[in-house]
Design a protein around this ligand. Structure first.
Ligand SMILES: [Zn+2]
Ligand SMILES: [Zn+2]
Length: 130
C-alpha cells in the first residue's frame, strides 16, 4: 500500500477490490464511478495501478477496449490463472494441477514460470456447456 493514496485512487481500489478476477473494461469502471471521478483521472489511475502490478491487462476478443482484472495480492499471489476467452472470467487453477505444469516446464524446458504473470487462455466449463 502506498503511504499516500489519493481519494480517487481509494475509490477505485474499493470498487475494484469487490471485483477480484472479474474482467472489467476501463470504460465500465469510468462509467460506474462517473459521478465521483473524472474519466481522465480514472484512466490515469488505472494506468498507474497496472504499472504497479495491481491490475492485469487481459486480452479481449475483437475489441480495442482495455480490459483489466484486479489482482488480489493475497489470493492471487501464488496462483496460476485460467482466463476464459468467451466470458472473460478468470479462475484460480487448483494448486496441485498448477504445480504439475510448472514442474514439468521446469524439467523439460529448464524454464521457471512466473506464476503471478502467467495466464492460460481457453474456454471455461460454463461456456463449454452452452
Ligand atoms: Zn486471482
Ligand atoms: Zn467462460
Amino acid at each position: 500500500m502506498p503511504k499516500y493514496m489519493t481519494k480517487q485512487r481509494k475509490l477505485l481500489t474499493e470498487y475494484l477490490s469487490k471485483r477480484t478476477d472479474e474482467s472489467i473494461s476501463a470504460n465500465q469502471i469510468a462509467e460506474a464511478l462517473a459521478d465521483k471521478i473524472s474519466k481522465s483521472a480514472v484512466y490515469r489511475n488505472l494506468a498507474d495501478m497496472e504499472a504497479e502490478g495491481k491490475l492485469r491487462r487481459v486480452a479481449s476478443k475483437g475489441s480495442r477496449e482495455i480490459i483489466y482484472q484486479y489482482v488480489d495480492e493475497e489470493k492471487c499471489h501464488d496462483c496460476l490463472h485460467l482466463s476464459c476467452k468467451n466470458c472473460g472470467k478468470t479462475y484460480h487453477m487448483e494448486n496441485a494441477a498448477a504445480e504439475k505444469i510448472i514442474n514439468s516446464v521446469m524439467k523439460n524446458e529448464d524454464f521457471d514460470i512466473d506464476k503471478e504473470r502467467t495466464v492460460l487462455y481457453g474456454i471455461c466449463k460454463d461456456c463449454k456447456k452452452q
